[in-house]
Design a protein around this ligand. Sequence first.
Ligand code: SF4
Length: 441
Amino acid sequence: MDDRPAPRVGLVSLGCPKALVDSERIITQLRAEGYELSKDYAGADVVIVNTCGFLDSAKAESLDAIGEAMAENGKVVVTGCMGAQPELIRDKFPDVLAITGPQKYESVVEAIHKAVPPKHDPFFDLVPPQGLKLTPRHYAYLKISEGCNNRCSFCIIPQLRGDLVSRPAGDVLREAEKLVKAGVKELLVISQDTSAYGVDVKYTESKWRDREVRTKFFDLSRELGSLGVWTRMHYVYPYPHVDDVIPLMADGKILPYLDIPLQHASPNVLKAMKRPAHQEKTLARLQRWREICPDITLRSTFIVGFPGETDEDFELLLDWLDEAQLDRVGCFTYEPVSGAPANDIALPVPDEVKRERQARFMERQAVISERKLAAKIGRTIDVIIDDTDEDGGAEGRSMADAPEIDGVVHLRADRPLRTGDIVRVDIEDADEHDLYGTVRE
Ligand code: SF4
């Protein structure tokens, strides 16, 4: 019998939801082996820093986090996107125990074993079958593939994570089923390019329940739609075959919500960005989706100040925005990422101009967003509860709001609510981001 206390692992997870999913996998594996989680550096025998290396600012943040973990604890294993550039880390922190690239769960776990061997106790608590989640219990991210076959000129994700590798549909569905059994009410489907799901395996079938399911965006959406929870689709490019999924939204099988990272509207900029689906007639496609599913929420992100972006390109983008009437929009200024071909395409746009364009863009969208949200006043909608307080107040999200990136619904209720409840709410007010309402009895 091993009488040592259970070894404790600290975790700092930086970056996007995709990195969060990786962290969850690592932690699930370690918990299964009897490790415990430590909330602070002092209580941890070893610390994992899951880094983000996409933008230079994210790299700086990752290096800061590694520095802090080294200073506070001293036994540090680095993983995640920055792990693909170990020299950057070793230069500053030669004493980190190990550096592993993204997706290298086994190497992270191995490094932890070396630093603090697992405790062998046949009676330790086994991990719940659905794994451990770092997101709140009522929603979970579901990663369906890793890597990307596109080569957008501003992005180094394919260099860091390789080409697209899709998980078999059966595996994804089994994971989704377990999550639902464990109480998850909302699944957030993520990848680098969700509509390309299965291209790498030629849409091959795999077994789930009593049937064969193709590893394809439509088939996966249909089956996820049969699980009886909210399913939200992220990172979907507007390829023609996405049209087939919209009727599933109109029928209430999956959420009428699409997150489509468009990045620009000017053909010149899109071409320079080498964006997937850049020749598609996107406005006509969005229009068709709205005809099939009038309640659909369309969210997108854009980059302004891309090298070579002219005033005309930018004005075209603003006009496009007026026509597209998207519901939710994020806008970033272009930041050069080391190793991305875009940096050498044309002269950079001065920082001042970038910031001015970003402000004008957000102003234009704020008007659209405010009008769209105001149109919801007087309606009664479903809201999933994220947080409650003791005075009958709560915060939730409608089908139109993804966690962390969209707005929220502030609400009042005369009865106790729990996180994860889905309630009917009368919408009484709105501003440019959020809705306000009262829960129906
Ligand atoms: S689609 Fe483009 S931006 Fe997205 S991960 Fe692939 S290469 Fe990067």
